[in-house]
Design a protein around this ligand. Structure first.
Ligand code: C5P
Length: 295
């Protein structure tokens, strides 16, 4: 059973004060974009995880791996026997602020549900996803959605059009808790609410969306990784509509006018040598889905 799952970008990330449970209240607009991980689940006596792809030395393969925790949680709640070998192939940057770990957890839920035939419906899987992490429900859902609570409470939004992104990967990751802690330390300001982003999405306008992109974690990510300033500057110089740190970073994403513009920007950005690697992506795309075997 193989499941393909996308990455996310936050078109808007408005961070409120730290709550008693250590999390921050968020208002965010998620978009699922076409960088994918694949998770293959095969029957096994116990839960095991193997990871392949770029930069995977940093990914835990033991019980700390979020996909491992997803399999165990589903088995426990659904009363399934619970053995599974999970093979994860990474296409989403590791610790990059694009929710790769959360994506793998969402994919593991879908794959194990299908493998074990637990009979859990979408709503039950979404509730388990929310227990695993703030972004996991969105990676099940995909598309474009408004996230509230700590990000796990989703509301559909009307989004027209396809948006083309250039993704600048950084050398090494950033720890999400460390970025939130830096946000608290700096006393960073809470930015605008989602109204302008939602209006741009309703209009299907990349230029309007570019003007409305906003990430309250960006100053915190820049404080921990000042070199991201050069990446943002480079995107502005070559004519990206806008550039923004993705989630807690260090990946930076640039919005292009259209597919052709994105191809040109990606080539120029790669030539400037400010990023470890440059990818293109488009969104919105669906969430975690079973890959049907070729006929
Ligand atoms: O929910 P998740 O496990 O992905 O969150 C990782 C970390 O990011 C949390 O432990 C917390 O430090 C921080 N976080 C936060 N507020 C949120 C989401 C995440 O402080 N709404």
């Amino acid at each position: 059973m193989t499941v393909r799952v996308p990455a996310k970008v936050n078109l808007l990330l408005q961070v409120g004060p730290r709550r008693a449970d250590g999390y921050h209240d968020l208002t965010t607009v998620y978009q699922a974009v076409s960088l994918y991980d694949e998770v293959t689940a095969t029957p096994a006596a116990s839960v095991t995880v193997a990871v392949a792809g770029d930069d995977v030395a940093a990914v835990p393969t033991g019980p700390d791996n979020l996909a491992h925790r997803a399999a165990e949680l589903l088995a426990r709640r659904a009363g399934a026997p619970g053995g599974v070998a999970l093979e994860i192939t990474k296409g989403i940057p590791v610790a990059g602020g694009m929710a790769g770990g959360s994506a793998d957890a969402a994919a593991a839920l879908v794959a194990c549900e299908a493998l074990w035939g637990t009979g859990c419906d979408r709503a039950q899987l979404t509730a388990l996803a929310g227990e695993l992490g703030s972004d996991v429900p969105f990676l099940l859902h995909g598309g474009t959605a408004l996230g509230t609570g700590r990000g796990e409470v989703l509301t559909d939004v009307l989004a027209r059009g396809t948006y083309h992104w250039v993704v600048a990967l950084a050398e090494g990751g950033l720890s999400t808790p460390a970025v939130y802690a830096a946000f608290d330390d700096i006393g960073a300001k809470t930015g605008p609410g989602p109204e302008a982003v939602l209006a741009a999405l309703r209009a299907g306008s990349a230029t309007e969306l570019a003007a409305a992109l906003s990430n309250d974690l960006q100053p915190a990510a820049l404080s921990l990784r000042p070199s991201l300033g050069r990446v943002l500057d480079a995107g502005a110089e070559i004519g990206a509509l806008a550039g923004i740190v993705s989630g807690s970073g260090p990946t930076v994403v640039f919005l292009a006018r259209d597919a052709r513009h994105a191809t040109g920007l990606a080539a120029e950005l790669a030539g400037l040598g400010v990023a470890r690697a440059v990818r293109r992506a488009y969104g919105p795309v669906p969430g975690a889905r079973i890959v049907e075997p070729e006929a």
